[in-house]
Design a protein around this ligand. Structure first.
Ligand code: GDP
Ligand code: ZN
Length: 278
C-alpha cells in the first residue's frame, strides 16, 4: 500500500484495507507481478468486529458483500432461533441481503422434519429466503450454486454445521479441513487473518471468516432495534408512543401483533434478549 492512501470512507478502524475492498493500483513492473495500491474505493457495505487488541476499536472483517449466508442445522448441532435472529438483525443493520441455509437435510427424519418446516415457514413468512441442502447427499447444491453465481457471499455458522464441507464441495481445490477447529493455522500459531476470499469455479466469490462465530457487531439505540426485525418495523408507527421499545408500554402495536399470533413468540423473545443486551 502506498503510504499516503486515498480512502473514500472516513471510518476509524484498525485496518485500512479489508477482504472484499475494491482498489485502484499501479502495476510496478512489466511482469505484472507486483504493484502498489493507491486508492481504496467507497465501500457499498462492510461488517466490523471489535479489534482483538482493543475492544473499543473497530476492525473491518469484509467489504462489498452481495449476500450473507448463514449455514444452520436443525439437529447435530441445533442452531437456535436466537442465533439465527442475531445474524439476521446484523445483516439488516449492515444492509446485506441474507440467506439461511439448512444443511444436513439427510438428517431430517421424524420429529426433525417438523422443526425444520416450522423454522422454514417462520423465516419465509418474514421475507427471508431459505434453502435446504445436504453436503453429504448433495441435495440442493445445484440451487445453491445458482444463487451464489457471480455474487460475493459471506459464509457464517457455528462450528459443526458443515460450513467447511460445503465450501469444499463448492471449491474442490481448496480442501478446507473438515471437523477441525478452523481458527488454528496448523503451524502451531494462531492465524491473524479474520476473513479469506475464495473464487468460485462457476463465477462469484465466497468469503469465509474462520473462528468468527457471529456476523459482526453493530451499535444502535434500544429504540432502533425493532427496525431490524422487518415484521416489527412494519408496525412501529402504530404504537402509541414514538419511543416505544415494545416491552411493556401501553398501546404497543408490536406486542398486540405478537399476542394475536401475527408475530412469532420466538422472534419476539429474541428481540427482548437483544434489547436486554443493548
Ligand atoms: P464446520 O465446523 O461448520 O466447518 O463443519 P464441518 O464441515 O467440519 O462438518 C462437521 C461435521 O458434520 C463433519 O463430521 C461433517 O462430515 C458433517 N457434515 C457436514 N455436512 C453434512 C451433511 O450434510 N450431512 C451430514 N449428515 N453430516 C454432515
Ligand atoms: Zn411498541
Amino acid at each position: 500500500m502506498r503510504g499516503k492512501l486515498k480512502i473514500a470512507d472516513a471510518i476509524s478502524s484498525t485496518n485500512p484495507i479489508a477482504v472484499g475492498d475494491k482498489v485502484n493500483m499501479m502495476i510496478e513492473d512489466e511482469t505484472h507481478s507486483s504493484g502498489i495500491i493507491t486508492e481504496i474505493l467507497a465501500r457499498e457495505n462492510y461488517i466490523v468486529r471489535s479489534s482483538p487488541h482493543n475492544r473499543f476499536q473497530k476492525h473491518i472483517i469484509a467489504a462489498n458483500l452481495d449476500l450473507a449466508v448463514l449455514v444452520a442445522t436443525i439437529k447435530d448441532p441445533r442452531t437456535s432461533q436466537g442465533f439465527i435472529d442475531r445474524f439476521l438483525v446484523t445483516a439488516e443493520a449492515y444492509h446485506i441481503p441474507a440467506l439461511i441455509i439448512f444443511n444436513k437435510s439427510d438428517k431430517h427424519i421424524g420429529k426433525v422434519i417438523e422443526s425444520w418446516q416450522n423454522k422454514k415457514t417462520l423465516l419465509e413468512k418474514i421475507g427471508y429466503p431459505t434453502l435446504t441442502i445436504s453436503a453429504i447427499t448433495q441435495e440442493g447444491i445445484p440451487d445453491l450454486k445458482e444463487i451464489l453465481k457471480d455474487k460475493t457471499s459471506l459464509f457464517s455458522g457455528h462450528s459443526g454445521v458443515g460450513k467447511s464441507s460445503l465450501i469444499n464441495l463448492l471449491i474442490p481445490k481448496y480442501n478446507l479441513r473438515v471437523g477441525e477447529i478452523s481458527d488454528w493455522s496448523g503451524k502451531g500459531q494462531h492465524t491473524t487473518t479474520f476473513a479469506e476470499m475464495f473464487d468460485l469455479p462457476f463465477g462469484g466469490r465466497i468469503i469465509d471468516t474462520p473462528g468468527i462465530k457471529e456476523l459482526g457487531i453493530v451499535d444502535f439505540e434500544k429504540e432502533d432495534l425493532a427496525h431490524y426485525f422487518p415484521e416489527m418495523k412494519a408496525l412501529i408507527h402504530d404504537c402509541k408512543f414514538n419511543n416505544c421499545v415494545h416491552e411493556n408500554e401501553p398501546g404497543c402495536a408490536v406486542k398486540k401483533a405478537m399476542e394475536a399470533g401475527d408475530i412469532s413468540i420466538d422472534r419476539y423473545e429474541s428481540y427482548l434478549n437483544m434489547l436486554d443486551n443493548l
